[in-house]
Write a protein that binds this ligand. Structure first.
Ligand code: ZN
Length: 129
């Protein structure tokens, strides 16, 4: 069996969405010369190999952004206090990555929970109920 050789670190750089249907990608990857596509399922991986794609795009939602801003406020305040400035572009890149990663993660938490429950008024953070 031929072993797949990765020319990228899948822990650092991984497709977030299925290239066929645009739902969150699962563990499936379609790797060709200069392209790496994620897929949500084996079925969609096969469709991608046949160059099929739906014409969908992911969009952001204001409620999700509002949620992400609220949830990441404390991280922003903690970094600003530690760095002695509220001016984000004066922070180290590492700190900006930490903060912006938190914002994106909170948005995705909101989006996943909304998709799972259909409720946009109540996002359950730990997913336990
Ligand atoms: Zn898919």
């Amino acid at each position: 069996m031929k072993q797949t050789k990765y020319h990228f670190n899948p822990l650092k750089m991984r497709p977030a969405l299925c290239a066929y249907c645009r739902i969150p990608a699962g563990p499936y990857l379609s790797i060709r010369e200069n392209t790496i596509y994620g897929a949500c399922s084996k079925e969609h991986l096969e469709l991608l190999r046949e160059d099929n794609k739906l014409k969908r795009v992911a969009v952001v939602c204001e409620d999700g952004i509002d949620y992400a801003i609220t949830q990441s406020k404390q991280t922003y305040l903690d970094i600003a206090k530690e760095k002695g400035t509220y001016v984000m572009h004066e922070w180290d890149r590492k700190d900006r990555e930490l903060f912006l990663g938190r914002v994106v993660n909170e948005y995705m938490t909101w989006a996943n929970e909304q998709a799972r429950t259909g409720r946009i008024d109540k996002v359950i953070r730990d997913g336990s109920n």
